[in-house]
Ligand binder design. Structure first.
Ligand code: HEC
Length: 162
């Protein structure tokens, strides 16, 4: 089982999750309370009975803490879900139950709110998620890499949202 707190002291150095940027965490918490808490809960514990479809055949908002499964997704996947919205493919309706925030939040705000969610996970979950994200990072990071790799090409003209 993951999330067994007694392992924290004995985790070997290679499994330590990377440090989180505290400025990103702080700004992400503000974004979370303003835009996410209404559905996912002030403490990110999700809606009641979040694992069962409601009377419309839709899954309710899931928790983002260690009890949920947000940590199983890479940074790139989480970014996509928040930016473009999401619905469980087996929902009986077609609407995006998880609204798209791409027009509301900047790339940095989405990155920050996801960074805040990471503070709610166990260190094992954070290590797993950080490994998943190595090849699937936030778009800002991949764009920055592409920019440094192709400084002289026209691809360098692609700018991150400020
Ligand atoms: C209007 C309600 C609502 C708001 C507001 C909302 N969500 Fe969601 N969110 C949902 C629902 C419902 C789901 C579950 C969708 C499904 O699986 O069918 C979900 C799912 C997600 C998932 C996927 C989790 C997983 O493990 O599959 C992420 C990530 C997420 N939300 C992040 C956010 C963030 C970050 C915000 C704030 C910027 C936010 N949500 C705001 C309703 C909402």
């Amino acid at each position: 089982m993951l999330g067994v707190a007694t392992h924290i002291g004995t985790a070997d150095a290679a499994n330590e999750p990377p440090q989180l940027d505290l400025d990103h965490v702080k700004s992400g918490r503000v974004v979370y309370q303003k835009y996410c808490a209404s559905c996912h809960g002030a403490n990110a514990r999700g809606a009641a009975n979040w694992q069962e479809r409601d009377e419309h055949g839709e899954l309710p908002a899931s928790p983002h803490d260690a009890e949920g499964h947000t940590w199983r997704h890479s940074d790139a996947e989480l970014y996509e879900m928040v930016s473009r919205g999401w619905r469980d493919p087996f929902n009986k309706t077609k609407r995006l139950t998880m609204p798209a925030f791409g027009d509301v939040l900047s790339l940095e705000q989405i990155r920050d709110v996801i960074t805040y969610l990471k503070t709610l996970w166990t260190s094992e979950q954070r290590s797993f998620q950080s490994e998943e994200s190595q090849d699937h990072p936030f778009p800002s990071a991949s764009m920055a890499t592409a920019r440094s790799q192709a400084r002289s090409s026209s691809a360098a003209a692609v700018r991150c949202a400020s």
